[in-house]
Write a new protein. Sequence first.
Length: 247
Amino acid sequence: MIKKYIILDTETTGTGDFDRIIQLGYMVLGSKEIEIHNEFFSSNVPINFAAMEVHGITPEMIEGKTACKESISYKRLLELNTPENYLIIHNAPFDIGMLEKEGFKTQMKVIDTLRVAKHIFPDEEAHRLQYFRYKMELYKEEQKEADTLGIKIKAHDAIGDVLVLKLFLSKLKEIILNQFPGENPVEKMVDLTATPILIKSFNFGKYKGKTLQEVALSDAGYLRWMLTNMENLDDDMRYSINTILGI
């Protein structure tokens, strides 16, 4: 069976526990022709203004649309949801979490390009998709790609971001081939997605800008306090503190 690569993005009513998907965009690669899905959905949850500011989807645009679970694109995604296929997302936990609210449980191998980027560009000042769109000059290539695929480019639009992610993925594969010669770049990205990230410095709190190594030498007790008392401590930060402290 031919492996398929599903590059996906969602737009939502917001980022809270009760928010839902109102746009699903994805491309399916792996066969001669690229399959493209882009649908808007109705929702019982109002679109909050902060979300509207980002993606520009207004209540009028989704009025009368089908619900996500009843849509053609969602049903097709269920058909593609098999272990030999790959689901590729920038910041995968968010979109997968939103899909789970619609009853979707991924069986695919997951590539989170955000985590991959954090591994291979550890000193980059940001890892957002739009940041790399400009840093890697993807914007110079995207119009030709959009014309070929019949896609309208719009920042923070699900299918527009999928197009940028397709270009970014190609760059990541080239870099991984150079950094990890002899390894399958796609499988390496799956591996990096599941590998903890070693964080070098604080970007929050009283030690913002300090490296974990510096804090370990000057105030190791604070790092131990974080491990014990911060219930919502990021998994990567927890891993990094444990590594620095030799736990």
